[in-house]
Write a protein that binds this ligand. Structure first.
Ligand SMILES: [Zn+2]
Length: 477
């Protein structure tokens, strides 16, 4: 009888064979070099990073996936330059741009009847007979409390409202987590987003309104209008990168495990005390990019039973945009993606562990633990659940569809000075990394990939998880 540990041993050997410090160092050194100027979305240097990743895929023998004619998925983007002035009137009251409302999308001058539709669920929208109307809804869905989640949900809402013929969408914003003035700072500048086709774009604003003074807005037979000026839209293209290795098992190869990370960062910005203006993004997220490259090299050489999809996202730093575009325009149906093992990194302050956001939320927990322990690392789950990190990286795009999707990251135990020293700072340079630690870290990731890709049972959400029901629906369980 072959023992479990005997099997794990050979998987471990295969892992160590392809993952070593020299390779890791060369990848990170290039991707986080000053020459790539912080890999900002839309920059020529991010395209150079994309070419580098593609060139590695070619070297490793990673294929393009059926349905795509190259490794690159074009992501059409636009920058909205904010309006300089604007007025919104609703039910006779007049509101001012920035003080009272922000433009999220579109921005034509318009006028028409308005209708209040609660949270604007599909049902609400149908009941409201919204065609030709200014649709007024509350932000979110009534259960999610974080503005970040509201932002994500609002994209879906806009799409639906547009499909049903709405004239505009006004969402009423009221959050103690993120006061209006802070939101204006986040959303009041240039906004990068998916460049939606003219037919599916809809004027969309968030308005600063508390729930208590809705009375006027909910009265029947009201009208509204919007006039905006000074806003501008600049269109450009960016790329997600997608590679594929077919599984070896005649049945299980129909199941795809996604190994993903974002490869963009925040570019060039304000100088630090040393006068450095390049935000290199070694930790965030050259490291994540290289976890995926390491898995690609290893799995191309020693494929697992399940098929592998290696995906590098653009525009994560602009609001998880590359991953949003990927999941909505994927060459593989989401129901065939059985797991997404994402990697994203802000920094680390504990080299004895890997930190996996969502570790205990999927049944792959034991495999990930076993892999880390094989290379002498402990593994911990989210040290700061109040930060809601799980919903703040690309993995959430998959999770929201029902695909189990934790994020593998370098060890951290708290948001302390060791993290903030590098997080989104010019100091996040490749020379400041501990490569003895990184070797264990990358091997742990790749061995986890091997164990998940070969597991007899397909991993799933643990019972009762927030996304458990979405998963059951997606896979018809
Ligand atoms: Zn970041």
């Amino acid at each position: 009888m072959v023992s479990i540990s005997g099997f794990a041993q050979s998987e471990k050997d295969k892992t160590s064979e392809t993952v070593n410090q020299a390779t890791i160092k060369s990848h990170i050194g290039f991707l986080a070099s000053d020459a790539l100027r912080g890999r900002d979305t839309g920059s020529a240097e991010l395209d150079i990073a994309a070419e580098y990743i593609k060139s590695r895929f070619v070297q490793y023998g990673v294929s393009t996936v059926e349905g795509m004619d190259s490794y690159f998925q074009n992501v059409p983007l636009r920058t909205l330059k904010p309006a300089t002035s604007g007025t919104l009137t609703l039910a006779g009251d007049s509101f001012t741009l920035r003080d009272d409302f922000l433009l999220l999308e579109g921005g034509e001058t318009l006028q028409g009847p308005m209708v209040f539709v609660d949270y604007g669920t599909t049902e609400d929208l149908e009941k409201g007979k919204i065609e030709g109307k200014i649709v007024v809804a509350l932000c979110g869905d009534g259960t999610e409390q974080s503005p970040r989640a509201w932002f994500r949900i609002s994209g879906e809402k806009r799409k639906q409202a547009k499909e049903m013929g709405a004239l505009a969408l006004v969402e009423l914003y009221n959050s103690t987590q993120l006061p209006w003035s802070v939101l204006v700072r986040f959303l009041g500048g240039d906004q990068v987003g998916i460049d939606e086709e003219e037919e599916s774009s809809l004027t969309h604003v968030w308005m600063n309104r508390s729930q208590d003074d809705l009375a006027n807005l909910t009265k029947k037979k009201q009208t509204g209008s919007l006039s905006i000026s000074g806003n501008e839209k600049i269109e450009f293209n960016s790329k997600n990168i997608v590679g594929y290795v077919e599984g070896t098992d005649p049945e299980l190869k129909n199941e795809f495990v996604v190994y993903s990370a974002h490869y963009d960062h925040v570019g060039v910005g304000r100088a630090d005390a040393e006068g450095d203006t390049i935000y290199n993004g070694a930790r965030d997220n050259a490291v994540g990019t290289v976890t995926v490259l390491s898995a690609a090299e290893n799995l191309a050489k020693y494929p697992t039973k399940r098929s592998a999809l290696f995906v590098l996202f653009t525009a994560e730093e602009k609001g998880l945009i590359g991953s949003q575009y990927f999941i909505e325009n994927s060459p593989i149906d989401p129901s065939q993606m059985v797991y997404c093992f994402n990697s994203d990194n802000g920094g680390y302050n504990d080299t004895s562990i890997a930190t996996v956001i969502g570790l205990g939320r999927t049944t792959a927990e034991d495999m990930i633990k076993e892999a880390c322990e094989s290379f002498g690392l402990g593994v911990t789950d989210d040290p700061a659940p109040e930060q809601n990190l799980f919903d703040r990286s690309d993995n959430v795009r998959f999770a929201a569809k029902g695909i189990p999707a934790p994020t593998f990251g370098m060890g951290f135990t708290a948001f302390d000075a060791e993290i903030t020293k590098y997080y989104h700072q010019p100091a996040d340079e490749p020379e400041t990394l501990d490569y003895d630690y990184l070797e264990k870290f990358f091997r742990s990731y790749v061995l986890s990939c091997r164990l998940i890709g070969n597991a007899d049972e397909t991993p799933f959400w643990t019972e009762g998880d927030k996304y458990f029901e979405a998963g059951k629906q997606l896979y018809n369980k």
